[in-house]
Write a protein that binds this ligand. Sequence first.
Ligand SMILES: Cc1cc2nc3c(=O)[nH]c(=O)nc-3n(C[C@H](O)[C@H](O)[C@H](O)COP(=O)(O)OP(=O)(O)OC[C@H]3O[C@@H](n4cnc5c(N)ncnc54)[C@H](O)[C@@H]3O)c2cc1C
Length: 379
Amino acid sequence: MTASVVRVPDLDLESFAARAEKWLTESVPARWRESRGRLSNEESDELRRDWDRKLWQGGYSGLSIPAEYGGCALGLAEEVVFHVLAGKAQAPDGFTRVGKTLVAPMLIKSGTAEQKAKYLPPLMRGDEVWCQGFSEPEAGSDLANIQTRARRVEGGYLLSGRKTWTSFAQHADWCFVLAQTQPDAPRYRNLSMFLVGMHQPGITLSDIKQISGAVHFAETRFEDVFVADSDRVGEDGEGWKVAMRVLGDERGGVETASRYVEIRSDVDLLIRTVGDRPALTARLRELDVRAELLRWQLAKVVDREVGDPERLLRSASVLKVMWSELWQDVTRFGLEVSPAADRDHWQYQYLEARAASIYSGTNEIQRNILSERVLGLPR
Ligand SMILES: Cc1cc2nc3c(=O)[nH]c(=O)nc-3n(C[C@H](O)[C@H](O)[C@H](O)COP(=O)(O)OP(=O)(O)OC[C@H]3O[C@@H](n4cnc5c(N)ncnc54)[C@H](O)[C@@H]3O)c2cc1C
């Protein structure tokens, strides 16, 4: 079985894919492609920042974002196809991913005209990086239990609390933060969403080193940080509603598209490694078939479910469980059977894959969502 581009019977999409593939071939820096995984943090950060700007200059930034905010005004289908092609071309993962996949849709759905005009164009240009301030030491799956508080003051709020696992915090100019604003209101109606500048007094970061050795996130402390009223998204007390929409976007097709390419490439490496060793072929075939099923599921989402937000939301949970568990099984198998020459690759992938069933909502939570919303089982 060989990997191929997600196929949808749409001529425009095919011509878009051909154009994007050509641009990616010409634009991905050779330095990144050739030295993947062996660059210093500084070199890697620089190439990732440059990539955000190249996307903008090339006309591939914010593919599904309306043109008035600096996007390309295409659809989710183009976004997914582009991520598949970018993965195949071994393009860098820019720093604007959180901003483009979470903040932009959030502001488009729930932001004011001023917020969209202020925040979206610099994000599309690759000039400003965003991070997500949801999780806390005592609130992950149970997000409604967050303790970070925003206290009313003249013209806005003073924000205090501790967020953790904040991806990209070290590079971020802005953070979107969920905080309690109405301590006496009922659960789910006591929260608000804020857009918080990261370069101001009262914010401290502590790096968190991952099991793979990478440092992709931090603990973020806020101590009496001022946030203006104009930087609250939605009404005071509507933060939960805004956050739930964000989480739907987080688990969607774009993340799966990038992961699918990585998994497919690792399964192909395993096929070459295992050869015709009979004792291993049954396990290998199972992984190969699951990778193909993931591609079908992704293609189905692009083909039939774009434009149907409720179906898309359910599919997002299915996709998240499929790719994260497949990635873990593929990398575990790789570590068991790989020759010494490939050991570094598999060890890194294996450790990176551990976190996949935790972030964007754990797989247990995805299964809860599916059992309640798709199967209609009681809570
Ligand atoms: C690599 C990585 C990047 C991340 N980036 C960010 C980020 O940028 N911003 C951010 O805000 N957060 C981020 N997170 C945090 C992530 O969202 C949380 O780790 C996740 O929501 C789980 O929360 P927790 O770690 O507190 O685990 P807990 O919620 O304490 O869960 C512990 C275990 O209990 C299970 N469990 C909990 N509740 C239930 C239930 N109701 N039913 C069944 N099982 C349950 C969970 O599935 C899990 O196995 C990141 C996490 C990782 C690993």
